[in-house]
Design a protein around this ligand. Sequence first.
Ligand SMILES: Nc1nc2c(c(=O)[nH]1)N[C@H]1C(S)=C(S)[C@@H](COP(=O)(O)O)O[C@H]1N2
Ligand SMILES: [Mo]
Length: 500
Amino acid sequence: MPTNIRDSVSWSEIVFAVLAGVTGVAGSYAVAGYTREFIVAPIDALVVRLTPGPIVAFVIQNVGERGHLLHIALSFTIAIGVLAGTAIVGLLVARRFGHPTAGVLLAAVLAWGVTTAIATEPTLALAAAGPVAVFTAVGSAPFSSPDHDQSRRSALVSAAGALTFVGVSIGLGRLMTTGGPASDEREPIDEEVSTLMQEAERKSLDVDGDIPGLVSTFEEFYNVDIAEFDPDLSADGWSLTVTGEVGTDVTVSFDELTDMPTERRFETLRCVGESLNGHKLDNAVWTGTPIKPLLEEADPEGECRCAMLRAEDDYFVQFPIEALEDGFLAWGMNGQALPQSHGHPVRVLVPGHWGETNVKWLAEIELLDEAMDGYWERRGWHGTGPVNTVAKLWSESMLDDGQIEVAGHAYAGTRGVDTVEVSVDGGDTWRDAELSEPLPGEDVWRQWRFEFEPRASQEVVVRAIDGDGTVQAEERSEAFPSGATGWVSKTVNMMDASSS
Ligand SMILES: Nc1nc2c(c(=O)[nH]1)N[C@H]1C(S)=C(S)[C@@H](COP(=O)(O)O)O[C@H]1N2
Ligand SMILES: [Mo]
């Protein structure tokens, strides 16, 4: 056996193997879409799971939002590498034994087997194995000897073919990526929800700038997930178990849950990781049932009076029972079945606490004896506590009469927003903003709006006062580890405002 891989694998073989890997991944995408059946999905889950906490914390702090591109790029590279590896084996066998057919068959079977083992059902795996076989065949054809003029042409034609294939696959894969609940699971909006949504629309301020209404649409509602590929669960197969330090284990199916007393609630969510004036703050009407009766039925006994909530994506959050008792198990959002990206079929909503406690794809509530860190707490965050108060400045515009309008949303969790104040002189003097009428509910944001006479350039500062009379903290801090603090401040000059 040669000791150096370069002795045994030629450059042209590497090129064809890479083409096989790229097209194999593209083929998998074409039939699976951007779902958990796509060969990259389980690899990415593994990459995320194996990445040490300090690295995750570092990436979140320094790369932020785009951090997930790093692990996704790595996962694509690994997937391409694995399929290219199967092609290499085929190419070597073809050359060593002078038997291209055997090599192609071997590569195809290996690519198919690996794809089935990693990600997807056997028939879908054929879509990855097919292109691997084709490029192994082209790469092991006699004319592809490295020193032939024709081989260069064949490589070029192959690359062009691969590119075309990738392009078509991207198109097909997009069609396969559905996202929301299947259309047969989409329900008509019930009357109670539609009354609440109308109320929210009526109470939304008439803002000239572009800000969400009091209910965020599915398109607007932010998304934060630990996994790149959301669990794809059916309501039929779902159940929730309350277990651990309990008097009796309790398990409920989806049908049993939705047969429990149903309520509709406005509930606002905010991510602890968002920047001070960020947009990871949204509100919806949720349909569900209170958690408390289920907890009472299980009869919690543990020392810490706390529970670990666990989800299908291996996410987990530890939380005091006392706060959990105010929580809600939701299966509907704005009158539709919970979309896949928001936790289909059932998620938790906990009033007043940071977004991370609102566990999606809920599977288990385990009552504990001893407190343990949750997923984000292990990575240094303090994100289970009550939310900070914030007033966002999300739009500036010049009105027809020449006045400047600034507007946004304000949120203070269960304390509620009492007042929003605006200063147009950098914080020296303050006036009250117009506020939207409060919506029913314990944990709902409000909109604010303010008009002023423009001067050349002025610093607009905004702050909220919560229902306890506490003014939003002025001292600035980053989101990590306990949520951003400070007052949002923006230099508004007439030119900018007129163009927004
Ligand atoms: N299972 C699970 N639940 C989860 C998360 C997650 O990654 N997995 N992210 C949490 C975080 S950090 C936030 S801010 C909210 C976001 O909910 P949304 O995506 O519905 O807006 O969900 C929380 N629940
Ligand atoms: Mo979050």
